[in-house]
Design a protein around this ligand. Sequence first.
Ligand code: 48F
Length: 257
Amino acid sequence: MKLDEIKISKAIIEAYSEKLVKALDVDVAIVGGGPAGLVCGYYLARAGKRVVLFERKLSIGGGMWGGGIMFNEIVVQESAKKILEEFGVKARLYDKNYYLADSIETVSTICSRAVQAGLKIFNLLSAEDVMVRQKRICGLVLNWTAVEMAQLHVDPITMRAKFVVDATGHPAEVARIIERKSGIRLKTRSGKLVGERSMWAEAGEETIVRNSKEVCPGFYVCGMCANAVFGGPRMGPIFGGMLLSGRKVANELIRKV
Ligand code: 48F
């Protein structure tokens, strides 16, 4: 059978362009494809919402692939084990309330289920700014990660979303941009980013779910970013809170869009 290189190129360019144009106006835009962002995107997509996720890196999965110190196992607690089961990830009992899962199986399965549910994932794209109207976050400013890395002087593109979710993990990148550039007061005790606290797994896992919520009109946080914004501790390679926080924000947004 004949294969034409130009047809292969055209197929990719046409399909991607169509996908990207559809992504320019959606219900929810998630920044960051770690566990929290992926789980959030999965539940929104499953509920039929138009949801896109932008990930800076080539690979999706954030800090989950490497488990703890590159030992590719993760720990989840009882309350989050049910989410893993829902995705079809095998969780093995280690001790009461401690379950182990293979981090490679977990990331790849969550990612695959999320895409199959309808989440549109764009890797290699970074959010470098937000769009603001009437003190409400209403979109993202995006550029290729390669442009950012090479420090090329290339202008970005803009997309509109009813809600933006920051799932960028420890750096809380979108929240920092909003704090620095928008003039909007955040719903924290200081009105600004409080900053992440030192390691405390039990408290961190609890506060991360509580802190996964609206930060200002049109803008939510989930995952480690939530504790960075509201001042909760880090928790190391236990990942239940990430999954629960992504689901919590998705459920809130499902009611709103
Ligand atoms: O860091 P990450 O996995 O965030 P998370 O979902 O999970 C945190 C855990 O991995 C771990 C932990 C567990 O106790 O603390 O750290 O909260 O995933 C964040 C993703 O966001 C991407 C980044 O490359 C990573 O894959 N990201 C960060 N900034 C941007 C971004 C940006 N400006 N634009 C696009 N992607």
